[in-house]
Design a protein around this ligand. Structure first.
Ligand SMILES: Cc1ncc(COP(=O)(O)O)c(C=O)c1O
Length: 436
């Protein structure tokens, strides 16, 4: 039996437990890992670290380690873990019994308030369809909203453009990452994501990211949309070449295509602007958001588009989700958007990101191991010459800094946007030790 006052580290040493005496804190690390191996699907290769508590920019383990989180759950924890204002929003919702899940056959104030805030937070999308305002369709995980966006583009192609149903094509880009459903892995460049899961969903020709001419060459009479990440995260932290997004906008206008930006990872301040597309002043027809949308407290995602387009496609029966837009997630979303504005998270990301990138570039000058430092705001990639970023991430974790690789060759640094100068020093000290 586990002694609740002690915990066992993975190396077998017993240390005093600094946390409350309940099963979440008193089980040994070994027990947690053994049970995970016995009962959990092995679809993640986890690091041998058991996190018991999170707060702000840090993760805490039972043996007293305080680890700087430079991954922030892939941009979900932009506002910092357990941000007190967002937690309060969720606690108030629970305490006042506003409902955590209510059948979607009735209205709730939480959903109305959240979707009004979200729809008006974005500029007018798809302005060529008129100044109708935006409407949003809420879901849970990000990939669900990607699927909703694919439905939007295909239906638009059929209804408005007269493309035969079943022939619609949406152009995507090599090394994209949009999630893990069958349709979405169908257009992944990663063979590993697709292997054995056929048949794949057709209708997704792919161009090299950043290559406008190759994209143009894919357009034909069945093309109804373009789906793109305004900066690729999982694909290697790739900033698009200047004018690429603007070129896609022109291409979409000339051919009457739906231009959809997946801002699930790069939106909501991550790259130093509210939305990554604002770096180039390009307005898409639809935007997909997730991750940080709930302040990291509950699953919450959304597709936002011009009201006219939303109304054209999504009439009753055309879509739905039991938990999509549930009042608890909306309470988190309302508090997260309010906090995003009040705490000027985009500006913070721009300011701290510029400082961090400049320091990393200085380190790169002294290092033979670094190929390139690139990124925007607090979304920074450090590509290594030997192509094995994870090796360095393991070393960084030993120094209490958690980062992971992007596309194998790049160390991704994307901490909560609330980091300060002390955390920048912390990151740079460790990056220098590992890479110089
Ligand atoms: C750009 C992008 N799109 C979609 C997704 C899928 O989101 P989820 O894992 O919440 O389904 C991710 C997740 O990492 C992402 O980075």
């Amino acid at each position: 039996m586990t002694n609740p006052t002690t915990t066992t580290k993975t190396d077998g040493a017993e240390v005093k437990n600094m946390f409350p005496d309940n099963e979440f804190f008193s089980s040994s690390d070994k027990q947690v890992i053994d049970d995970d191996h016995q009962y959990a699907a092995h679809h993640y290769e986890r690091l041998a670290t058991v996190v018991r508590k999170t707060e702000g920019c840090y993760l805490y383990t039972a043996d007293g380690r305080k680890i700087l989180d430079c991954l922030a759950a892939y941009s979900s924890a932009n506002a910092g873990h357990h941000n007190p204002k967002i937690v309060q929003g969720v606690v108030d919702s629970l305490t006042e019994k506003r409902g955590s899940v209510i059948s979607n056959v009735v209205y709730t104030s939480a959903l109305s308030i959240f979707l009004k805030k979200l729809s008006t937070f974005l500029p007018q999308l798809g302005p060529r369809f008129g100044a109708n305002g935006n409407k949003s369709l809420p879901k849970n995980g990000g990939v669900e909203s990607v699927e909703t966006a694919l439905k939007l583009a295909r239906y638009y192609g059929w209804k408005e453009r007269g493309i035969e149903d079943g022939k619609q094509e949406i152009i995507v880009f090599d090394n994209n990452f949009h999630g893990r459903t069958i349709s979405v892995i169908s257009f992944s460049s990663s063979e590993k994501y697709r292997e054995g899961f056929g048949p794949m969903t057709p209708g997704f020709p792919s161009a090299p990211y950043g290559d406008l001419e190759a994209t143009k060459a894919l357009v034909n009479e069945n093309t109804c949309g373009i789906l793109v990440e305004p900066m690729q995260g999982e694909g290697g932290m790739n900033v698009p070449p200047p004018d690429f997004l603007a070129g896609l906008r022109t291409l979409a206008d000339e051919n009457n295509l739906m231009l959809i930006f997946d801002e699930i990872q790069v939106g909501l301040g991550r790259t130093g602007k509210d939305f990554c597309f604002q770096h180039e002043n390009v307005i898409p027809d639809a935007v997909i958001l997730g991750k940080a949308l709930s302040g990291g407290l509950t699953p919450l995602s959304a597709l936002v588009t011009n009201s006219k387009l939303m109304d054209m496609v999504f009439t009753p029966g055309k879509d739905g989700s039991t938990y999509g837009g549930n009042p608890l997630a909306c309470a988190a979303g309302i508090a997260a958007l309010d906090n995003h504005v009040a705490d000027r998270l985009s500006e913070r990301s721009a300011e701290m990101g510029a400082k961090l990138k400049a320091r990393l570039e200085e380190i790169a000058k002294k290092s033979s191991k670094i190929k390139e430092v690139r990124g925007r705001g607090l979304f920074i990639g450090v590509e290594v010459n030997d192509g094995d970023a994870m090796k360095y991430c393991h070393q960084l974790l030993e120094m209490d800094m958690m980062a992971n690789d992007s596309h194998g060759h790049t160390i991704r640094i994307s901490p909560p946007l609330t980091i300060g100068d002390a955390e920048i020093d912390y990151i740079c000290e460790r990056m220098e030790k590992v890479l110089c």
